[in-house]
Write a protein that binds this ligand. Structure first.
Ligand code: NAG
Ligand code: NAG
Ligand code: NAG
Ligand code: NAG
Ligand code: NAG
Ligand code: NAG
Ligand code: NAG
Ligand code: NAG
Ligand code: NAG
Length: 896
């Protein structure tokens, strides 16, 4: 015990021990990705020490090239110090790490574009009212002119009339760009073909959509910064099997080229991983230090809950962007006519558009058949007398999957299916590829409208409800979720507890340009769409205030954003979901204050009485942190009085009341009833105290506010809440006209000891972690488990929180570690994401183990009794300190 305390103290005194480069063994420099990360075999990114830059690059190249069967595919010098290399399959990457000056060797991994396709259409200016972009474009006459934005994406259809219909000609928005990948790249292939074209023409659609969000010239698509000069760096190829993916060594080439062309802003609607140490995140951080504003998508893993923020968004200094749903959805419209003659135009979300579009050029009868159980849910077969031939079946959502419902209707003869919601809003349906009839989703209200009509028509014998849905017919509808965080938007915090995303923008149901050959326009949803939106606002801000530094731009945008309200509780949305809130570029442009830091991460709470604050002394022991905030009055002519308030946000927890993992974060207050209880007792909300609530700041000067942030102390500690809120600064200027007046700084922390937070899921329900047989069935009685030449088993586990290092070893009956299991050492692990089909991780138990982390030196395990040990580094832990790990020991098994 005392030994552990000593090494922890040493760590504090000397900083993070593991980054002291010259003490690291070559084996430790090779990063082993988790087994669920898709890598490109034999390809690596080699990162050099910072000091190594420029010293003797040629010697490095010579040393690296001296290694057998190895070719340098790219050298990076601008924003990343290193190379990408391809090696013979059996080259041990440790050989690369032995070259002097090498910091880390990363396997090349794949990154995805962050969007989902919804075949919709919409009129486009509406979302600019949410963000005051409308005011900036119209009233200030600022449109991004003179600002250069580099987009790293899937290319652009520059022939689109609303994107200039030009390429690099004088006056064309497209003055920069290049293709790095070509059309034939298949990410499923181990040796994919890379054949860049002369121009970055888009065959996927994503890049063209992103380009329109920034630079759309109208009349249908109005970009945020239609006057900006653009560059497209194409690193994603055509979709294969409906998805696009690219290796990070190619993405890094695109990023370096964009940097080289001197863009003011670089926009990255892509990601994967989730660590600030990832090569792309490192490159992005470096660009921000060199004066480029980097904007990146936080990710679309919101359905998996907290700790889903992606890389490069979590890179230090990067503006990470979350998505807010558009107020309006425009999409396919259908006309429903009742027997009474009443009719209604409804929004239909076409769910099988690729295979069988929901198009009926003439009125078709709609029926609501009862299944074998007499229910409208359609979860069992229809009785034989139900004949749906020539009819469209209306089915209620719930109980079984959409595919099951459609299959039963299809086998009863239905020519189409309408599924209506059992809750507010409209849903997207993922259907089995075998479904080959048109399927569309309706709102609950539109479903009820049809049911009423069918009841009216009953008995009349002839009159029926009909639906007509013409090809290309579109309409605009109010979205139920307009102005709320999109359900797909990933949650922070970063693995190191930083607030991510830092800001949010419209990204759900965005209408923008699409390649001419693919329909010209489309509506897509994703943090991919919110990201170019923010990149456009940065261009507006930069044009209006050219002297702002990268950091000042970040501060101005973040502190002038508007926190979102949770409609359920009336409280503010937690910063781990929305960052500072919805971007408001007009206020950022007009602001005459710079507030720093723009976010407060409470990772190191004190425990005890708060002596300096009289009101708090009586509370006794509470968790608190003290921070200093600087407010800089950049107006040279006017002083101002600035005052500070605190508005608490919802607290969120990834655990349900019984302690099990809950993918949808639970909130406190839970609902409007509990809001009242919370208001009555401040103890369940975070509180902020200051010695000086207001200060006068003379023209051109700055002042500090010391704030004491007190964690909620009336909430169950075992619930593991992450609390948060917003410091709210109100300005009163000496002279009118007053620039707009409210600025926020979000804060967030953990109501407990963050460093002691468990990483490995320990669940009585799922039984994890556990030993499992070769079919991944959990073994309940391990005394029966005998590992031999022919029997292997698994150590299966799941992780709730990202962990820097996870190891799985085999120990003998004297508790001595004998070696690593296969897949027994993995670094930079992200969480398991059950809603993305990734609920389990594992290491393999055989009668062989490995001496080294890279699993190259094999050892035979002598006969005997053994157990496996799983170790996962806790948040902010030191990989070298065993006391910082969460440890799980398996039951004992035998090896023959
Ligand atoms: C919808 O149907 C009604 C009745 O058949 C018709 O009067 C109306 O024009 C239709 N609306 C549209 C938009 O097609
Ligand atoms: C269902 O109805 C269609 C036409 O209405 C008819 O052709 C078909 O034979 C019927 N099927 C059954 C199984 O009765
Ligand atoms: C989108 O809507 C506009 C009218 O708002 C229409 O002109 C255009 O044809 C529609 N595009 C598609 C692909 O449906
Ligand atoms: C668009 O959304 C706004 C805000 O919810 C709403 O007022 C408006 O009616 C919507 N437009 C349409 C055409 O539904
Ligand atoms: C904790 O937060 C502070 C303030 O944001 C930061 O400077 C520090 O690096 C963080 N500590 C760790 C271990 O992440
Ligand atoms: C900040 O204070 C102003 C004025 O009191 C108020 O209108 C606004 O809603 C507050 N904002 C937040 C995020 O608390
Ligand atoms: C714990 O609570 C969750 C959510 O309320 C529930 O789904 C789960 O079944 C519960 N688990 C146990 C073991 O009670
Ligand atoms: C509101 O939350 C409280 C406490 O979590 C719970 O007891 C109550 O049932 C909830 N009410 C509603 C309407 O959900
Ligand atoms: C305030 O901001 C201005 C403009 O960025 C800067 O020049 C000045 O140094 C800042 N002052 C302080 C005290 O931070």
């Amino acid at each position: 015990m005392s030994k552990c305390i000593t090494s922890a103290l040493l760590l504090i005194a000397f900083g993070t021990g593991w980054s002291l480069a010259n003490t690291i063994a070559p084996e430790d420099k090779v990063v082993t990705y988790p087994s669920n990360v898709r890598i490109k075999p034999g390809s690596y990114i080699v990162e050099f020490e910072e000091e190594a830059r420029g010293v003797n690059v040629n010697a490095f190249i010579a040393n690296i090239e001296a290694l057998p069967e190895l070719t340098i595919s790219n050298q990076f010098t601008k924003v990343f110090n290193g190379f990408s290399v391809t090696t013979a399959r059996d080259t041990d990457p440790v050989e690369l790490a032995r070259v002097r000056g090498v910091r880390r060797v990363w396997p090349v991994r794949f990154h995805d574009l962050k969007y989902s396709f919804a075949p919709q259409n919409s009129t486009s200016f509406f979302h600019h009212h949410m963000t005051s972009v409308d005011k900036v474009l119209r009233d200030l006459g600022i449109d991004g002119k003179g600002i250069k934005i580099g987009i790293v994406d899937s290319g652009v259809d520059y022939n689109h009339p609303e994107l200039g219909a030009c390429w690099k000609t004088p006056g064309c928005p497209w003055q920069y760009g290049e293709d790095f990948i070509g059309d034939r790249f298949d990410f499923n292939n181990d040796n994919p073909i890379i054949e860049p074209n002369k121009t970055p023409m888009d065959c996927d659609g994503h890049g063209t959509h992103v380009a329109g969000i920034i630079g759309g010239q109208g009349p249908e698509v109005h970009g945020v910064a239609p006057g900006a000069t653009l560059g497209m760096y194409r690193v994603f190829s055509c979709a294969v099997g409906g998805s696009v993916s690219a290796p990070d060594d190619i993405i890094l080439q695109g990023i370096e080229a964009a940097f080289n062309d001197g863009h003011d802003v670089i926009s990255l609607s892509l990601g994967g991983g989730g660590w600030p140490e990832d090569p792309l995140a490192v490159a992005c951080s470096k660009m921000t230090q060199k004066g480029v504003v980097v904007v990146a998508a936080i990710g679309n893993d919101g359905s998996n809950g907290m700790f889903t923020a992606g890389s490069p968004a979590v890179g230090r200094g990067v503006i990470s962007v979350g998505s807010v749903d558009n107020w309006n959805i425009t999409g396919q419209v259908a006309n429903i006519t009742l027997p009474s003659g009443a009719y209604r135009s409804v929004y239909v979300e076409d769910s099988n558009a690729d295979k069988a579009p929901f198009v009926f050029e003439s009125d078709m009868p709609v029926v609501a058949p009862l299944d074998a159980t007499g229910s409208l849910l359609g979860c069992s077969e229809y009785p034989t007398f139900v004949n749906l031939t020539g009819k469209i079946a209306l089915i209620k959502r719930g109980t079984c999957t959409f595919t099951v419902k459609v299959r039963f209707a299809q086998s009863a003869g239905a020519i189409g299916v309408l599924i209506y919601n059992n809750a507010n809003g409209i849903m997207n349906a993922a259907l089995d590829p075998a479904v080959n009839i048109p399927v569309a989703m309706l709102t609950a209200d539109d479903g009820a409208f049809i049911i009423d009509g069918i009841l009216q028509g009953n008995g009349s014998g002839i009159s029926v409800v009909t639906i007509k849905s013409r090809k290309g017919a579109v309409g605009t509808f109010a979205a139920f979720t307009g102005g709320q965080m999109s359900s797909f938007s990933s949650f922070g915090p970063s693995p190191e507890l930083d607030i991510d995303p830092v800001i949010s923008a419209p990204g759900g149901s965005i209408w923008s340009t699409f390649p001419l050959s693919m329909g010209k326009y489309a509506s897509l949803s994703g943090t991919s769409m919110a990201t170019p939106y923010v990149s456009g606002t940065v261009a507006l801000l930069k044009q209006a205030r050219p002297n702002l530094s990268v950091n000042d731009i970040r501060k101005a945008l973040m502190t002038s954003a508007k926190p979102l309200k949770d409609d359920n509780t009336g409280k503010l949305v937690h910063p781990y979901s929305s960052g500072s809130g919805l971007v408001n570029v007009y206020d950022a442009i007009m602001s005459r204050v710079l507030i720093s830091p723009p976010t407060l991460t409470i990772n190191d709470t004190n425990w005890g009485p708060v002596k300096d604050i009289p009101q708090l002394q009586s509370l006794g022991s509470v968790r608190w942190a003290v921070r200093s905030i600087n407010v800089n009055n950049t107006d040279c002519t006017r002083g101002m009085l600035i005052s500070l308030d605190n508005t608490a946000a919802n607290s969120i927890s990834m655990y349900s009341a019984n302690g099990t993992l809950n993918l949808t974060p639970r909130t406190w207050p839970a609902n409007s009833t509990t809001v009242a209880a919370a208001a009555a007792s401040s103890s369940t909300l975070p509180q902020v105290f200051t010695q000086t609530k207001s200060q006068y700041i003379p023209a051109g000067q700055s002042r500090n506010f010391i704030v004491y942030i007190v964690a909620p102390y009336g909430l169950q500690e075992s619930d593991r809440w992450f609390y948060g809120g917003f410091l709210n600064f109100t300005l009163k200027w000496d002279q009118e006209p007053a620039p707009s007046g409210n600025y926020v700084v979000p804060y967030a922390g953990f109501n407990g000891n963050y460093r002691a937070l468990d990483v490995i899921t320990s669940s009585t329900q799922s039984g994890l972690p556990a030993l499992a047989d070769a079919n991944l069935s959990i073994i309940t009685d391990s005394s029966q488990l005998v590992i031999s030449k022919n029997t292997t088993a698994w150590l299966v586990y799941s992780i709730d929180v990202p962990t820097r290092v996870i190891s799985a070893t085999m120990l003998d009956n004297k508790n001595m570690t004998r070696g690593y299991l296969a897949y027994g050492y993995q670094e930079y692990n992200i969480r398991n994401l059950p809603n993305s089909g990734d609920s389990l991780s594992g290491a393999i138990i055989t009668n062989k183990i490995y001496e080294d982390k890279e699993a190259t030196v094999e050892i035979d395990v002598p006969q005997g009794k053994y157990h496996a040990r799983l170790m996962a580094l806790r948040p902010l832990g030191n990989p070298k300190n065993t006391c910082d790990y969460q440890i799980w020991d398996s039951p004992v098994f035998s090896v023959l």
